[in-house]
Write a protein that binds this ligand. Structure first.
Ligand SMILES: Nc1nc2c(ncn2[C@@H]2O[C@H](COP(=O)(O)OP(=O)(O)O)[C@@H](O)[C@H]2O)c(=O)[nH]1
Ligand SMILES: [Mg+2]
Length: 249
């Protein structure tokens, strides 16, 4: 298996940590259509530097504006939290991260969308070649939870039928402001057959786990060895997911 070199993501480093990002409409374009089962070739030429990888997948963060998509991505990529900042994501942007999954270098190309773009065709074009979608609501916002059904309708319409989908209830650290109970998230996820976890971009709770689970699932779908037991994303997040540390150690 040949090792590829990942292109450096736009805005590498910690740009958002330094304040709002400038608008850059029209600078990002969808990568090439990816095969349904697997690996995505680098959509940009290598600029030198960066990590090597064996297989790459496109992951999209979706959900209402303000639910914490950008913070979740920054937490995963840089291990930092953008406290109290409302980072206005304009259009769409991506960051790369390479994970080691059972000795295989899996590159996740993670696309961050802006919630207010929901009904605009620009976002829809990106759904088509996404291998996985992380659908977020904010546990302190009932409206963001109520909108999940609309997001699912949109996903059914525009995403690949076999897209890996996970529901995340973010901001679980805000214990006193909970408007959506964990049980409600679980119930909705069950209804739609989705893996589900509560997360916190602030404390990092379950953030790496969500992306690792996605990487494991996608890696196995594209290169399952004969006799290798099937990876089950539902079971994995159920088994490994942690409750909010304030209430459920
Ligand atoms: N307490 C808490 N606040 C968060 C969390 N994630 C994001 N936020 C805050 O929520 C606001 C919106 O986050 P942002 O990532 O810009 O949301 P996006 O519009 O979905 O990208 C910001 O003020 C963040 O600091 C979290 O896990 N916990
Ligand atoms: Mg954002």
């Amino acid at each position: 298996m040949s090792r590829k070199k990942t292109p450096r993501s736009k805005g590498a480093g910690t740009p958002a940590a330094n304040g709002p990002r400038p608008a850059r409409s029209g600078t990002a374009r969808p990568g090439p259509d990816a095969p349904p089962n697997g690996s995505l070739q680098p959509s940009r030429p290598s600029l030198g530097g960066g990590d090597f990888y064996d297989v790459a997948f496109k992951v999209m963060l979706v959900g209402d504006s303000g639910v914490g998509k950008t913070c979740l991505l920054v937490r995963f990529k840089d291990g930092a939290f953008l406290a109290g900042t409302f980072i206005s994501t304009v259009g769409i942007d991506f960051r790369n991260k390479v994970l080691d999954v059972d000795g295989v270098k899996v590159k996740l190309q993670i696309w961050d969308t802006a919630g207010q773009e929901r009904f605009r065709s620009v976002t829809h074009a990106y759904y088509r070649d996404a291998h996985a979608l992380l659908l977020l609501y904010d546990v302190t916002s009932k409206a963001s939870f109520d909108n999940i059904q609309a997001w699912l309708t949109e996903i059914q319409e525009y995403a690949q039928h076999n897209v890996v989908l996970m529901l995340l209830g973010n901001k679980v650290d805000s214990a006193h402001e909970h408007k959506v109970k964990r049980e409600d998230g679980e119930k909705l996820a069950k209804e739609y057959g989705l893996p589900f976890m509560e997360t916190s971009a602030k404390t990092g709770l379950n953030v790496d786990l969500a992306f690792t689970g996605i990487a494991k699932e996608l890696k196995q779908r594209s290169m399952k060895a004969p006799g290798e037991p099937r990876f089950r994303l539902h079971d994995y997040v159920k088994r490994e997911g942690r409750g909010d540390s304030c209430c459920r150690p």
